[in-house]
Each structure stands twice: as structure tokens, then as C-alpha cells.
Design a protein around this ligand. Structure first.
Ligand SMILES: Nc1ncnc2c1ncn2[C@@H]1O[C@H](COP(=O)(O)OP(=O)(O)OP(=O)(O)O)[C@@H](O)[C@H]1O
Ligand SMILES: Cc1ncsc1CCO
Ligand SMILES: [Mg+2]
Length: 265
């Protein structure tokens, strides 16, 4: 990895607008602050036209979707496109219900996304591939995630991130696998939601370099988790939850370059 967009985040302090779920909103806001970005969480329809004018990226997360929120997402997404700020989609639990599937289809049709980030179950659902999803959790499946990432990236003309034990990043031309992380990640809620927001922060400072911005975002984030988990026992979910914030704040680019386990496929 040759980029150092982490330093750019700390210098530029991008403002990230999040329309997100009620489970993770506070954690995502703290995670963005730890990284060096600034969060604003809002889904009031009255301000969806105005916020993209003052923000550097928008992150749309459907985790606890309501009909009212859908209108806000469409309004903010279209305004973000007009202002040319990157928009990230997190299709939380999209395979779980018809409502989620219908809304994600509509968001993908009406908004131009810079990146889509989900777990294997969510991304397999978007690609109509076989997977046993389990609510918002990843479940089980055998589908080829490299192929799914590549297909979705070409279909939606954007960068695609499939997170998991191995993260897959593709823009439809380049594809990479990242083997950093810790088994503690899936033990806390919101770790994927925060990763989507972190992708938003990296894209905010490198909007023309989506693939490398997402690659550095996922690598940095997984390494922060790895370092946070190092002194912990597998049961220390709560310690990991807070240690991840500490390590996002302490992370520097030399650590990322030293610890990154990336293969270009
Ligand atoms: N088994 C694992 N080993 C190592 N790292 C993992 C593992 N599972 C997930 N991760 C890491 O966890 C982070 C979050 O990804 P994950 O796929 O778990 O998100 P998610 O399922 O959308 O989470 P949530 O919906 O709770 O926010 C990523 O950085 C990913 O690399
Ligand atoms: C647990 C949960 N339920 C809806 S959103 C969410 C946060 C993790 O995606
Ligand atoms: Mg998720």
C-alpha cells in the first residue's frame, strides 16, 4: 500500500454526515472522532438538502430503517451527488426482509454511490448469490466473494468492500484481499457500521482514488482492531469495544505499512 490518506484525514478533519441506525450511532460518532474526522448524525428530512453542502462525505446505513428515514436517505443522497461528495452505502441486513431489499434496490437506482460496504451475507444478497444470512449477522455460505465484489463494482460503477475474516476490495478492475483483523470484531455490534463510516472518511479526503482509499481504510481499521485485541482474552468484548477507539486514535501510517497483509488478486 502506497497511500497515506490517514494523515490527510488528520490534517483536513473531514465532516462526515451519517444517516445511520439507532444501535450504533454513538459508537460510529466516537469512532470517526478517534480517527481524526468529525461526525454529524442526522436524518431530519428538513436538513437533508443543506447538510451535503457543508459535509465532505455521506454514509447511508439501513440498519434500523423507517419509512421516514428512507425519504431522508433519498433526499440527502441526491443532494450529495449534486455537490459531488462521496456517498457510501451500508446495506445492513438487506437479505433479512422484503422492505430492506426493496429500499436498497431503490437507493441503488436513484443515488450514485462511491462505495458499498457490507458483510458477505449482505453483499451476496445484492449479487443474488447463495448465502444463509442471519439477520444483521454474516451467517454461512460458499459463494466466491472475489467474484461478487468484482461483479457488484462493475454493476454499480463504484468501489465494493466485503468485510469479514478476509476483507475484499474491488473497483471492478483492481481487486485486493486484506488478511488483518481479529475474531473479536464480530463480537461487538457496530464494527461493520463503523468501518463503513471510516470508508466515508477516507473517501472524503481522496474522492478520486476510491479503490486505494477503501483499501487503506479497511487495512487501517483491521490493524487498529488487531492491536486492540493483542492484550485481550477472547471474552473481553467490552474491553475490545473501547480499545478499538483508543487504537483508531493512536494508529499511525508506519504501523499500517508494517502490519498490512494485503494481496492483490
Ligand atoms: N473472523 C474475523 N477475523 C478477523 N477480522 C474480522 C472477522 N470478522 C470480521 N472481521 C473484521 O471486522 C470488521 C467489521 O466487519 P464485519 O464483516 O464483521 O461487519 P458487519 O457484519 O457489517 O458488522 P455490524 O453489522 O455489526 O456492524 C472488519 O474490519 C473485518 O475485517
Ligand atoms: C444489531 C443491529 N440491528 C439492526 S442494526 C444493528 C447494528 C449492527 O449492524
Ligand atoms: Mg453490518
Amino acid at each position: 500500500m502506497k497511500t497515506n490518506y490517514l494523515n490527510r484525514i488528520r490534517q483536513q478533519n473531514p465532516l462526515i454526515h451519517n444517516i445511520t441506525n439507532i444501535v450504533v450511532a454513538n459508537y460510529v460518532a466516537n469512532g470517526l472522532l478517534a480517527l481524526g474526522a468529525s461526525p454529524i448524525m442526522s436524518s431530519a428530512i428538513e436538513e437533508m438538502e443543506e447538510l451535503p453542502a457543508i459535509c465532505n462525505a455521506l454514509v447511508i446505513n439501513i440498519g434500523t430503517l423507517t419509512a421516514e428515514q428512507v425519504n431522508a436517505m433519498l433526499s440527502a443522497g441526491k443532494a450529495a451527488n449534486r455537490h459531488h461528495i462521496p456517498v457510501v452505502l451500508d446495506p445492513v441486513g438487506v437479505g433479512a426482509t422484503t422492505f430492506r431489499r426493496q429500499i436498497v434496490t431503490r437507493l441503488l437506482a436513484e443515488i450514485s454511490f462511491s462505495a458499498i460496504r457490507g458483510n458477505a451475507a449482505e453483499m451476496a444478497c445484492l449479487a443474488n448469490a447463495d448465502w444463509q444470512s442471519k439477520g444483521v449477522d454474516v451467517g454461512k455460505g460458499e459463494a466466491d466473494l472475489n467474484e461478487i465484489a468484482n461483479t457488484l463494482a462493475q454493476q454499480y460503477q463504484c468501489t465494493v468492500v466485503i468485510s469479514g475474516e478476509v476483507d475484499v476490495v474491488s473497483d471492478g478492475r483492481q481487486l485486493a484481499n486484506i488478511r488483518n483483523g481479529t475474531a473479536l470484531f464480530p463480537k461487538i455490534t457496530g464494527s461493520g457500521c463503523l468501518l463503513s463510516a471510516v470508508c466515508g472518511a477516507f473517501l472524503a479526503v481522496a474522492p478520486q482514488d476510491g479503490f486505494n482509499a477503501a483499501l487503506e481504510a479497511c487495512t487501517a481499521y483491521a490493524i487498529a482492531g488487531e492491536l486492540a485485541a493483542q492484550p485481550l482474552l477472547p471474552q473481553q468484548h467490552g474491553q475490545f469495544y473501547t480499545a478499538l477507539l483508543d487504537h483508531l486514535a493512536a494508529l499511525d501510517s508506519s504501523q499500517i505499512h508494517r502490519l498490512a497483509r494485503i494481496s492483490h488478486v
